[in-house]
Design a protein around this ligand. Sequence first.
Ligand SMILES: Cc1cc2nc3c(=O)[nH]c(=O)nc-3n(C[C@H](O)[C@H](O)[C@H](O)COP(=O)(O)OP(=O)(O)OC[C@H]3O[C@@H](n4cnc5c(N)ncnc54)[C@H](O)[C@@H]3O)c2cc1C
Length: 510
Amino acid sequence: MQRYDLIIIGTGAGGGTLARKLAPTGKKILILERGDYIPREKENWDTEEVFLKARYKAKENWTDKDGKLFHPGIHYCVGGNTKVYGAALLRMREQDFGEVKHHGGISPAWDIKYNDLAPYYLEAEKLYSVHGLRGSDPTEPPETNPYSLAPLEHEPRIQELFDDIKKLGLKPFPLPIGVKGGKEKGESKLVLDRFDGFPDPTESKADAHVVGIKEALKYENVTLETNSYVSRLITNGSGKEIKSVEVIRNGETMSYSANTVVVSAGAINSAALLLRSSNEKHPNGLANSSDVVGRNYMAHNNSAMVALSVKPNPTKFGKTFAINDYYFGAEDFGFPMGHIQMLGKSDAMMFRDDAPSFAPGLTLEYMAKHALDFWMTSEDLPLPENRVTLDKNGNIVLSYSENNLEGHKRLQKKLRWILEHSGCKTHLLPNNLYLGKKIPIAGTAHQCGTIRFGNDPKTSALNTNCRAHEVENLYVVDGSFFPSSSAVNPALTIMANALRVGDHLISEVL
Ligand SMILES: Cc1cc2nc3c(=O)[nH]c(=O)nc-3n(C[C@H](O)[C@H](O)[C@H](O)COP(=O)(O)OP(=O)(O)OC[C@H]3O[C@@H](n4cnc5c(N)ncnc54)[C@H](O)[C@@H]3O)c2cc1C
């Protein structure tokens, strides 16, 4: 059996970022990824292929709590879900690390505070080439350093909307976006277009493959094995250490071992892996005497909306501003509502199924020409009954009931109000196809919370360094560790935390 200093399972926001951080240590690192590289091909930007035919989505179905099969919006590939993400890279608010009262209940405090993560947010923003403007977001957490890259320019129709919203007394701000490069001498201009939900064959989207894995593989001490599905983690006799990692590659089972094993398979698959790895010493699943592994699954209350503006919107890349004025509430609602951001430009194909009932008489082409695209995120709460379990064949069962919805409904109303008062709306309709929201449970894009961290081993599976309380050489660095979900997109927090855990591994473990 081949032995390594460290094995990382998964190449997404957590695993890819950690690999990049640890590569320069010279330690022998093996990265195991169940998927393959997404080919750079013309279908990358083809809406029909990507959205309707689900070309890059995992080819597997899961079961919901009622035993119904669904196709999850999940991607198994080098870079994980970041390969198709929108690269909106926002920090959680300082208050999100404390207890927050919501209309639907309490969002619990984290056992680390914003200041513990702040230096790593800065490191992650630099690594992922985040373009932004400090001081412009009315609820942003404290940071004295500017973004190293200026905000992306609004295209004319988006600038007009931005100005109109400002006139309403709100504080729209440039959306922090991770985009590499820019126009260097001798290079042609980069025009961003198909972005949210699409892989980027130009590799200018700063994803965990391009920024993390590709850079890590420049070091000889780092090896990546693709098409390598980790089926089980095997402990030693005392159950306190992972002895080996069982992998299935092309139908063959093999084992690897390492001094330290970092699981980063995404919140749902990481929990499933720990549950699948139960043994005599861990009958309830690995590192799970607290019974929290798989529980408290969160994925945000998200919706994608399209406003049909009277004026045409010829924008190619509309994802350049956001609104946080209602993040913590408003005069008429004393609880958090959440975050509004622009989405990448939709096209006729994306709302083909929804259009007839919402906008009778309008052609898809008219709609495509006039659409302004919005994304709204509100916090869902960690409920123990929202959980990942396994069926008798070891397949994933995801039980999820939406909760804390009132804030999200209010946020939708606020957006309607904004659009009505900025003179641009004739219709507002849901863009259900985006992110598979047609079946809410399939919207797993913002999955988190299933292996929560904390100081108390009775209520958490990981300590605050993201090491399992019960298994000394096991770490988890994907979205699983979140005790609450906040209302900003999760990737930057996952990346920053992976960098934080990376520093801990460098100074204390490797
Ligand atoms: C369409 C879309 C748009 C999004 N837009 C944004 C955005 O704009 N901003 C933002 O912050 N977030 C966004 N997200 C969410 C973001 O992509 C995720 O939060 C982030 O990728 C999660 O990182 P992770 O490390 O937890 O897991 P992932 O990125 O999902 O990585 C997990 C990896 O583990 C691999 N894996 C799983 N199981 C195994 C196994 N058993 N063995 C080996 N490998 C395994 C997977 O193949 C995958 O590569 C978006 C997501 C989607 C789907």
